[in-house]
Design a protein around this ligand. Structure first.
Ligand code: DGJ
Length: 729
């Protein structure tokens, strides 16, 4: 049983293969977080030892016991306003203006399987055996019920957590904070790893010791953002890739979020994670329920590599859906960096023709094919073909591309509108703007109010008409600005605080409908690159364009950060031209290719400009990707270097039975007079002999894991490395 309950003590154990999560309702009904870590098989509450802490108040029902304080004890879902002065998980304003909530245990139930969440992405069980525990807490006034939901994926060492908040009173209440995770960790010396950045530089890894007080990573941008990612990792001080305890949480949400870690006066850490309270207010009428987004949690006692493997499996198999979730992805050619807005059907055809000869599977026609769109200042919203550019229309172009043996994909940015567009002229009231104020522009564009049903209906009709009009196999769903001026003309004043969350719910509803209607279409998420790379979007789009930075060097670092939570099969990555359009850097074609292979693989340049020798190299890259693709996407991914600190970015993919390994990477800057540097491999069978395909050399797994594989001496900057190893006995 994954869920074990000691009924008399109200002790709840969520047990996976290696982890244990313990919650306990004490004699006063206060729900305590006791443990998340290695599976110990016993009640860990013996470690709690609290005494009177000055100025930390005591609940009234504790009588004279000054050691009983909500401000110091580890809580499972801390509420605002009743003497716990740390970051709260939930806050409600009642009809009398007061905002206290005193949640006490009421009941629990356990069932097999896992439910979905209304209107929100969530993990699904599939073939996996999953059990769910629901613990119901009730405010002492009897007016607010909170149900904490935990689904245990025992074999995957993962949990899914979400919360339902109900108004059981007789008047409306205002929810002002509704986090998904709250977890107190009373012991240990923890460090915080988070993933920060900016446009073209997403998910840079930062590891910091916890400081007293609050540290936060969050987004108020209407998208999960380039700047911070809705994932968090807490690790023991000595944790490495291969050893030590760590746990991670990934919020399945694509809008404004907040992760806070507070180190309190006693050195205890509290993690809260969920919807960003600054951009959230939700009016709950009597009898109404609010569902928080879900979060995925996982623990590893063997360092980051194991934790990443757990998240990769969970996201690939229990978040991503549809035809492509486990399928090999088409190698695509995208015309964006080849042409930007300046193209017509001839130019696209010439690009596709060359690509087809070299083995590319799909042409993706990027921004600029619709309305009047010759620059980024016009045309968004007019999702009909610009016949000046594509003479003969879309169906004809698609037919021509298909005749080359390729499939066809198209770019869309449905959530946006240009002021110079037919859509805006017809429906200026559809954009997000505050009455009496001018809206902010971003990339010259305005944002459609996705919380409006009429907007969603229009988009659904328009996009389905487009996708039915030709044989389209892929959609790149872009979003090229953040959202502010939150206001929705259809909401009353006391519901305006709901607009940011309703925007995301609207987006999810539209994506869900389109997924249902077009199950054969591969949707690739995008937000100016990786500005909305999260487990929420991956529920609808099994791959996401990782970054607008296609420079191989910078990209290895972006992909390194991305790999902590997200599987390689979800990482959109392409080979582009040099000098690189974002950095001006020149890297060899081979370096760009190995980098893009650690993703979904494709090209984003006019292959006609390559020399004959380079074209041969591209052919070989594509055939290698087709051979190695299943290993790359299904194998275990290992980070073999830290590209933020070392002069190289090296990684590997290991067959799950340990019998085949692909090592790839880049040696960054050449240095003279160097000794050769080995890189230690991981995940091999110690006693097995492995032959390196490229050199014919044979080594034992033990030698390769403890001594390593000797890397070539760098000659020229950014030299690519690629070795394929097979077990020979
Ligand atoms: C941002 C995307 O990330 C790019 O790949 C490209 O599609 C542009 N938008 C088009 O405007």
């Amino acid at each position: 049983m994954a869920i074990r309950i000691e009924e008399n003590q109200k002790n709840f154990y969520l047990e996976t293969k290696n982890s244990m999560y313990q919650i306990q309702a004490d004699s006063r009904g206060v729900l305590k977080h006791i443990w998340y870590g290695q599976r110990t098989g016993r009640d860990m509450s013996y470690l709690l030892d609290y005494h009177d802490v000055g100025f930390s108040g005591n609940t009234y029902d504790a009588g004279q016991d000054r050691t009983y304080s909500l401000d110091t004890m580890p809580l499972e879902y801390a509420a605002e306003g009743i003497g716990d002065f740390r970051s709260a998980a939930i806050a409600v304003t009642h009809e009398n203006g007061g905002s206290a909530l005193d949640l006490r245990y009421e009941s629990h139930r356990v069932y097999e399987g896992k439910k979905g969440l209304p209107g929100l992405p969530s993990m699904y069980a599939g073939e996996e055996k999953v059990e769910t525990l629901e613990i119901v807490l009730m405010d002492t006034t009897g007016e607010v019920r909170v149900t904490l939901c935990y689904s245990v994926f025992a074999d995957l060492d993962a949990l899914a957590r979400s919360v339902v908040i109900e108004n059981c009173g007789s008047a409306p209440k205002m929810l002002t904070k509704a986090h998904t995770i709250c977890m107190d960790i009373p012991w240990g010396d923890w460090e915080w790893v988070h993933f920060h950045g900016r446009h073209t530089m997403e998910r840079q890894v930062q590891r910091l010791p916890l400081l007293s007080g609050i540290q936060e990573s969050s987004s108020k941008r209407g998208a999960s953002s380039h700047q911070q990612n809705p994932t968090v990792l807490l690790c023991e001080k000595d944790c490495t890739e291969d050893a030590g305890g760590c746990f991670g949480a990934a919020l399945m949400y694509s809008g404004c979020f907040q992760t806070q870690i507070e180190l309190d006066q006693l050195g205890q850490a509290r993690l809260v994670m969920g919807l960003h309270p600054d951009t959230f207010r939700w009016k709950l009428e009597t009898g109404e329920a609010f569902y928080t987004p879900e979060a995925i949690l996982s623990w590893s006692d063997r360092g980051f590599a194991r934790l990443s493997h757990q998240f990769h499996r969970v996201i690939r198999e229990h978040v991503c859906r549809g035809k492509y979730k486990l399928a090999e992805r088409p190698v695509l050619i995208n015309n964006w960096e080849a042409t930007y807005f300046t193209f017509d059907e001839e130019k696209l055809y010439v690009i596709a023709e060359q690509a087809a000869k070299l083995g590319v599977d799909m042409l993706v026609m990027d921004d600029g094919w619709f309305g009047v769109r010759d620059s980024d200042s016009t045309g968004l919203g007019d999702w009909y073909v610009n016949e000046r550019k594509l003479k003969g229309g879309l169906a004809k172009l698609v037919q021509k591309i298909k005749a080359l043996g390729m499939s066809f994909g198209i770019w869309l940015e449905p959530e946006m509108v240009s002021e110079d567009s037919d859509l805006y002229r017809a429906h200026p009231e559809w954009v997000i703007r505050i009455p009496g104020r001018q809206p902010m522009r971003g990339r010259y564009q305005l944002v459609l109010d996705m919380s409006r049903k009429d907007v969603r209906e229009y988009l659904y009709e328009t996009i389905s008409k487009l996708l039915h009009s030709a044989d389209i196999s892929y959609v790149k769903w872009d979003m090229n600005r953040n959202v502010c001026d939150w206001y929705s003309t259809l909401l009353p004043p006391d519901r305006q605080g709901e607009a940011p969350h309703r925007y995301v719910l609207g987006l999810y509803e539209l994506l869900e409908r389109l997924n249902e209607e077009f199950p054969h279409v591969l949707f690739e998420g995008c937000c100016g690159g990786g500005g909305r790379f999260d487990a929420g979007m991956l529920y609808y789009c099994p791959q996401i364009w990782c970054s607008d930075d296609t420079d191989a060097y910078a990209r290895t670092r972006i992909q390194y950060g991305t790999s902590f939570f997200y599987p390689v099969s979800t990482v959109g990555s392409h080979v582009s031209a040099v000098p690189n359009h974002q950095t001006g850097r020149i890297t060899p074609l081979a370096a760009r290719a190995v980098t893009a292979m650690a993703g979904t693989f494709g090209y984003e340049l006019d292959l006609n400009i390559l020399t004959e020798e380079e074209k041969e190299a591209v052919k070989s890259q594509i055939s290698r990707f087709k051979e190695y693709g299943p290993l790359i996407h299904n194998g275990l991914y290992y980070r073999l270097s830290d590209p933020m600190k070392e002069n190289r970015g090296i990684w590997s993919f290991v067959e799950r039975d340990g019998k085949a390994v692909l090592v790839q990477g880049i040696l960054y800057h050449a240095e003279p007079n160097m000794v050769g540097h080995p890189v230690r491999l991981k995940g091999l069978k110690a006693d097995c002999l492995y032959r390196i395909r490229e050199t014919g050399e044979i080594y034992t797994g033990a030698a390769l894991m403890h001594g390593g594989i000797l890397l070539p001496r760098g000659w020229g900057d950014f030299m690519a490395v690629e070795y394929y190893l097979e077990a020979v006995e």
